[in-house]
Each structure stands twice: as structure tokens, then as C-alpha cells.
Design a protein around this ligand. Structure first.
Ligand SMILES: Nc1ncnc2c1ncn2[C@@H]1O[C@H](COP(=O)(O)OP(=O)(O)O)[C@@H](O)[C@H]1O
Ligand SMILES: [Mg+2]
Length: 267
């Protein structure tokens, strides 16, 4: 499979009043076309910074971020993004919120086709019948479903998810994991998922990248034997337990705590 995204030797420091703050220090990540990579690492290590580099909102101090082999030099419109806070506009209906990116990104679709596409996406995530509601009339999980539709409305090549399920309760989160699989099957994209949840990473992704603490390096890469729709029961198999144990161990190493008894390090 072709590499869609190639991140090589990326270094970056923010300029602050107290001088440069090194955030990324030797990041190497590749994302296959159609693949789904999860990135896990301690809070503040530079995961959101990484998403800005992939979206072209920032250019790294050193190293390269290539898409289809071409270095990124500025913001790209064929990226969809969703965040922990869905930031929907309250004065717009759910349907109009989903359509918003098409007012910014050029599309060959007619108005009627745009709306049909938005309705199709909303029904794929289980929001049929909620098109004309306002964001405040929906639960947190439903708002996040709508924000996923908005991120996909312009058929982006890359979907970047920055801890999108972090604020949801466990049951809602698992529902959304299954929705993600269904969405990816019907609306293929290349995914980059930032998460704190190791179960989420192995349920959704086909590759998990563990970052070290700040400044972040690529600490460890786990390629999963299979990608695609998986039963939640899969998370309770011996195979999944082994993967989770290895990831937890790598996070402990990243935090310089390997060998100590810190089961909460996974969080
Ligand atoms: N625009 C900015 N200017 C200065 N420092 C920043 C900026 N954005 C993020 N940082 C700092 O860079 C570090 C990494 O931030 P971030 O990429 O958001 O980490 P993460 O998403 O892994 O929690 C943090 O210490 C954060 O405070
Ligand atoms: Mg972040």
C-alpha cells in the first residue's frame, strides 16, 4: 500500500516569551493510503501540534511532512478535522452545521446534491430525523456524530480526529467506535486519531504510534494484524490483552517509569 502521509525527522519548537519550547524532536510516522493510525502519548507531548502539521496549518522547523510524496507548504483543504469539543454553531440547524465546510471549500456538487450528501452522512451515523434540530437539542454523543459528518462532508482525503470521544461516557464512546467503523466502510478516508484510550486505539486503528513525553519522539509503532470492523468482544480476547499490555509498557518507558508499578500509566 502507498504511504499517503510521510512524516520524517520532524522537529518543532514554539517561540514563547521564555524562549523556544521544543515540542517535537524527531517524529517519524507513516500513514498508508486508506489506513487508520492512532497516536497516543502523554498530555502536552505535542499530539495536537502534530495534527496542525498534517493539516498544513504549521510548517515544522526541521524534517518533512509529505502527502503523496510532496512536502506540505501551507494549509490544505482536503483535510477534515474533529475535536473533543464538537463546536457546532447554535444558530444553525444540524443539517446546516454539516454543510458549513462546503461554504468554505469549493465543491462541484449542486446545492441539492450537497444536501443529499449531508442527509446520507447523518443517516449513516444514526441522526436521521435530527437534521432540523439545533445543537443544544442533541446529547453530547449526538453532537459528536454531527461533527464527524461535518468533517467528512467535503470528502477529505485525510480525517484528523483529535481526542474526539474523550469527553463522552464509556457506553456512548463504544457506540461511536462502532459508528466510526461503519462510516469508514461507506465513506473511505485515511485516518489519524489522537487518543488517550488504548482500547480505542486498537479497536479503530491498524497502526498505533506511541510518542515519548515532550519533546516527543516516535517511541514505538505497533502494526495490528488486521484492520476493519471488529466486534467489541475482540477487546476482551487474549490477543487484545497482549497488545494492550505492550502499549502500556511502551507508555511507561516513554514516561521513564518502566519497571515501577503504575497501572494508571495507560490513561
Ligand atoms: N501556540 C503555542 N504556543 C506556545 N506553546 C504551545 C502552543 N501550542 C501548544 N503549546 C505547548 O506545546 C506543548 C504541546 O502542545 P500540544 O501539541 O497541544 O500537546 P498535546 O495535544 O499532546 O496535549 C504543550 O506544552 C503546550 O503548552
Ligand atoms: Mg491535544
Amino acid at each position: 500500500m502507498e504511504n499517503l502521509i510521510d512524516i520524517r525527522g520532524v522537529r518543532h519548537a514554539y517561540r514563547t516569551e521564555d524562549g523556544p519550547l521544543p515540542v517535537l524532536d524527531g517524529l517519524d510516522i507513516t500513514v498508508n493510503e486508506g489506513g487508520f493510525v492512532a497516536v497516543v502519548g502523554p498530555s502536552g507531548c505535542g499530539k495536537s501540534t502534530l495534527t496542525r502539521l498534517i493539516a498544513g496549518l504549521m510548517i515544522p522547523d526541521a524534517g518533512e511532512v509529505r502527502v503523496h510524496g510532496t512536502p506540505i507548504t501551507g494549509p490544505r483543504s482536503n483535510v477534515g478535522m474533529a475535536f473533543q469539543n464538537p463546536v457546532l454553531l447554535e444558530w444553525r440547524t444540524i443539517l446546516k452545521n454539516v454543510l458549513l465546510p462546503l461554504e468554505i471549500v469549493k465543491t462541484p456538487l449542486s446545492r441539492a446534491k450537497q444536501e443529499a450528501r449531508a442527509r446520507r452522512l447523518l443517516s449513516l451515523v444514526g441522526l436521521e430525523g435530527f437534521e432540523d434540530k439545533r445543537p443544544s437539542e442533541l446529547s453530547g454523543g449526538m453532537r459528536q456524530r454531527a461533527s464527524l459528518c461535518r468533517a467528512l462532508i467535503h470528502q477529505p482525503e485525510v480525517l484528523i480526529l483529535d481526542e474526539p470521544f474523550g469527553a463522552l461516557d464509556a457506553f456512548t464512546r463504544e457506540d461511536l467506535w462502532q459508528t466510526m467503523h461503519a462510516l469508514k466502510e461507506k465513506e473511505p478516508f485515511t485516518g489519524v486519531l489522537i487518543t488517550h484510550d488504548l482500547r480505542e486505539s486498537i479497536f479503530l486503528a491498524d497502526r498505533v504510534v506511541v510518542l515519548s513525553g515532550r519533546p516527543a519522539r516516535t517511541q514505538y509503532v505497533l502494526d495490528l494484524p488486521q484492520a476493519g470492523p471488529r466486534d467489541l468482544d475482540h477487546l476482551y480476547t487474549a490477543e487484545a490483552a497482549d497488545m494492550l499490555a505492550e502499549l502500556r509498557h511502551q507508555i511507561e518507558i516513554a514516561q521513564g517509569r518502566a519497571g515501577t508499578d503504575t497501572p494508571e500509566a495507560a490513561q
